[in-house]
Design a protein around this ligand. Structure first.
Ligand code: PLP
Length: 411
């Protein structure tokens, strides 16, 4: 008899997006004429940059010729891509990394979800709240989180609230924790952390033997000077942090799939008897056993992101979405709504009007303005009373949505 991993049974169904789909379908059935604008899901809409397309076309041709055909590649990624990552993303910031500290993968979702496998089940994890759900759910599946309470919190997870009250700056945990997930620029709040604030986390991690799992999937959206693009800009971070980066949001790879994770050799974990272990070795073992590398064609596309044209084209992509973010942000502020994010991130996080919770605002926005967004409470208990809009739509839809906020929504 095959016993199942009962931890999976503890997970509430993927309630958030299923419930959104249910409500939208219901609305459309009753209002077939309505032109619904979707600013809910965090997927990009602009096509891949030309440089990427050219890089991939060339690689396709290589695959058609026995002399240049590639089969299995290195599980950790091809050196041509890793060299570019180091040279363009890290070296100019004074961050020195070896090639074997970078692991190319098929996405930050896989990596942020899988990284917990190299840690013991008795580690206590901390997450900021609201949070990208993958960090929590992957730990639930592993059996690290205890039970889900009526307050929407897992009994063994330490939640660090990030709300308007604390300016979305997480406070260091008071409890003893072992692993901390941080994500900046943040999904869902669109807010960031300054280098000084991030330094407090690195110092804390060093002092308390904590590992920081730093998700920088949105670093390309940073516009302001003082906001770090990488945690390794903070001195000492290479001893305590693993960093996740993705080509999904800077270069439109959400459907193409390429990302990378940095595991410096200095980052150490411990055995029960106190022996030090390089996390780099464990992640390498994990990846080489369970992952067979990103396709050559895709890595060639990712390499092209680092060419001069590629860099210009991805900047244009990010600028496009950030102009949308500005339109949403300024438009909503003009309606009197309290608005956060959207300055260094493609997410706008708004406070719902007094007396209207996240889901009630979802219904109101759908019914009155025919706009779909994401209820903040779906990202964690501290998201209650907030609502997320994304800047990933077309310019036309973004402008139309803001117009509807101004003219159709009774605030
Ligand atoms: N991390 C965060 C915070 C995200 O919001 C997302 C996607 O929305 C990801 C990771 C996943 O990125 P990828 O497409 O590389 O799997």
């Amino acid at each position: 008899m095959a016993r199942v991993n009962e931890n999976y049974l503890k997970l509430p169904g993927s309630y958030l997006f299923a419930e959104i789909a249910r409500r939208v379908n219901n609305f459309k059935q009753n209002n077939p004429e309505a032109n619904v604008i979707r600013l809910g899901i965090g997927d990009v809409t602009r096509p891949l940059p030309q440089a990427v397309i050219q890089g991939m076309h060339k690689a396709v041709e290589e695959m058609a010729d026995a002399a240049t055909f590639r089969g299995y590649g290195p599980e950790q990624g091809y050196s041509f891509l890793i060299k570019k990552i180091i040279e363009v993303d890290y070296a100019p910031k004074g961050i020195r990394l070896d090639e074997d500290e970078i692991f190319v993968s098929d996405g930050s979702k896989s990596d942020t979800g899988n990284i917990q496998e190299i840690f013991g089940l008795d580690n206590v994890i901390a997450v900021t709240d609201p949070v990208y759900p993958v960090y929590v759910d992957s730990n639930v599946m592993a059996g690290r989180t205890g039970e889900l309470g009526g307050d929407g919190k897992w009994s063994k997870i330490v939640y660090i609230p990030c709300t308007a009250e604390n300016g979305f700056i997480p406070e260091l945990p008071k409890e003893k924790v072992d692993l901390i997930y941080l994500c900046f620029p943040n999904n869902p709040t669109g807010t960031t952390i300054s280098k000084d604030e991030l330094k407090k986390w690195v110092d804390y991690a060093k002092k308390n033997n904590v590992i920081i799992l730093y998700d920088a999937a949105y670093e390309a959206y940073i516009q302001e000077k003082d906001v770090p693009h990488s945690i390794y800009e903070v001195e000492g971070a290479k001893e305590v942090a693993i960093e996740f980066r993705s080509f999904s949001k800077n270069a439109g790879f959400t459907g193409t799939r390429c990302a990378f994770t940095v595991v410096p050799k200095e980052v150490l974990g411990y055995t029960a008897s106190g022996e030090q272990v390089q996390l780099n070795k464990l992640w390498n073992r994990r990846q080489t056993t369970k992952f067979n590398g990103v396709p050559y064609i895709i890595q060639k596309g990712a390499e092209a992101v680092y060419s001069d044209e590629g860099q210009m084209q991805i900047k244009a992509l990010v600028d496009y979405y950030m102009s949308n973010a500005k339109i949403i942000r300024e438009g909503l502020i003009s309606t009197g709504l309290q608005v956060f994010g959207g300055v260094n991130a493609p997410y706008i996080w708004l406070k719902t009007p007094a007396g209207i919770d996240s889901w009630a605002f979802f219904d109101k926005l759908l019914n009155e303005a025919n706009i779909v967004g994401t209820p903040g409470v779906g990202f964690g208990p501290s998201g209650q009373g907030y609502f997320r809009l994304t800047a990933f739509g077309s310019r036309e839809n973004t402008e139309e949505a803001v117009e509807r906020f101004k003219t159709r929504l009774a605030l």
